[in-house]
Design a protein around this ligand. Structure first.
Ligand SMILES: [Zn+2]
Length: 104
C-alpha cells in the first residue's frame, strides 16, 4: 500500500522537476544547426602564394556564373582573398576562367 501511495507522488514530482529544468524560452533552448568554424582553404593547404596557373584550385573560389565568391562565404583570410581575386582576374584575362557565364 505504501508503495502505491509513493508512486503517484513521484509521478507528480517528476513533471514539476522537468518544468523547472526547462528554460524560459523553449525555442531558444536548442540550436537548430551547429555553426562550423570556417577555415581558409589556402592556409589549410599550406600554399604561401596563390598561383594563377593553379586554376583548378582558383576555380573553387568562383561561382558557376564566374563571379568571385566573397570571404564571408568561403572563409578565406584577407591576405589570400586578395591573392585569389588577383589570380581570378589574371585567369580571366588569359581566358582560363570566364568573366561570366549565362544563366541556364
Ligand atoms: Zn589564408
Amino acid at each position: 500500500m505504501s508503495e502505491e501511495i509513493k508512486t503517484p507522488a513521484a509521478n507528480t514530482a517528476a513533471p514539476a522537476a522537468a518544468k523547472t529544468e526547462r528554460p524560459a524560452r523553449p525555442y531558444m533552448a536548442k540550436k537548430r544547426f551547429e555553426s562550423r568554424r570556417k577555415v581558409c582553404k589556402v592556409c589549410a593547404e599550406k600554399i604561401e602564394n596563390v598561383d594563377y596557373k593553379n586554376f583548378q584550385f582558383i576555380k573553387s573560389f568562383t561561382m558557376e556564373s564566374g563571379k568571385i565568391l566573397s570571404r564571408r562565404i568561403t572563409g578565406t583570410c584577407a591576405k589570400h582573398q586578395r591573392q585569389i581575386t588577383k589570380a581570378v582576374k589574371r585567369d580571366r584575362n588569359l581566358a582560363i576562367l570566364p568573366y561570366s557565364l549565362p544563366k541556364k
